[in-house]
Design a protein around this ligand. Sequence first.
Ligand code: KG4
Ligand code: ZN
Length: 359
Amino acid sequence: MSVNILGIETSCDETAAAVVRDGREVVSNVIYTQIPTHTLYGGVVPEIASREHVLKINQVIKKALIDAEMTWEDIDAIAVTYGPGLVGPLLIGVSTAKALAYAKNIPLVGVNHIEGHISANYLYDVQKGTDLSAIGTDPVAHAVPTKHVAPPYMCLVASGGHSHIVRVDDYTEYTIIGRTHDDAAGEAFDKVARAIGLGYPGGPKVDKLAREGNPEAIEFPRASVGDSPYDFSFSGIKSAVLNYLNGAEMKHIEVNKADVAASFQMAVIDVLANHTIQAALDYEMKTVALAGGVAANSLLRETMKERAEAKGLTLHCPELIYCTDNGAMIAAAGYHEFMAGRRADLYLNAIPNLKIGER
Ligand code: KG4
Ligand code: ZN
């Protein structure tokens, strides 16, 4: 008997819902992105995000069921992001999920958004088909066939709000090995993009422009932090880029934006990749994985693959669509919480600063 989880995600600027079977098979995945709305303001406006979620959430959930060709009868549990994230947007998802769980008498599971990002590594898309002949059996994942990653592994989580190196000990057990002391990696991409006039969200735009530039044109700092070899600091790199741009402007020197994008991106990726691979080696992990919006970065994926393989490690990356915010990753994480017997009640509340592994 398979277990179908409806995942709901509203922590930032995507209103998303998905149905996932057995924590891995994406049966439907609906994402309404508010990016065009927030682009007008150069970043996410929390009040507007909340209003957009209210307007779209019911339709998004309904479409997730229709696309999955399922009714409420087929859903075993509702998983919802309850933190970390923007409080208003989170509350829309949480209150909708609670209302549905109560009205339809379906169990409710609260999911940590970052644990959701990590769980994107377990997903595969049934619509596109997967070559089952190439797939082994994953003994831990309730005998579900997979060619994907299974714990333990070392995961780099890099998004707009978070940069962590997390040791995934089991499907619901996490240990933080490294963290950022200031900006998140995605935040640095967004700020640098804005400074060179690329607009919001900056990550994909820097990624694209960097392909035309020389990553060695400008030497931006690769910051290490104190005595922790796994921690990050990105504010120094960001400031170095801003100083470089200001300096050039004062001297009336024309800036090669593609070179700035490429050199900045290389500096960030160098640090992300080196720290993650070092953590994997030091903690004797055989597999490394990527998660979060920045995991969609083409150079990060390539660099991590090269450097991981050079050290005899296997790299796993989620498909691009599962790197940025989506409901399927919440359903995947929710599945393992559900199987572990964890349930939320109708007092579930949004926790904007929820930590990994906190319940
Ligand atoms: O995971 P996500 O959708 O939302 C958060 O949980 O924060 O991540 C969004 C972040 C943004 O900062 C965006 O600029 C960055 O991920 N991002 C990228 C790329 N695609 C998205 N950064 C670098 N390269 C990309 N291709
Ligand atoms: Zn996210």
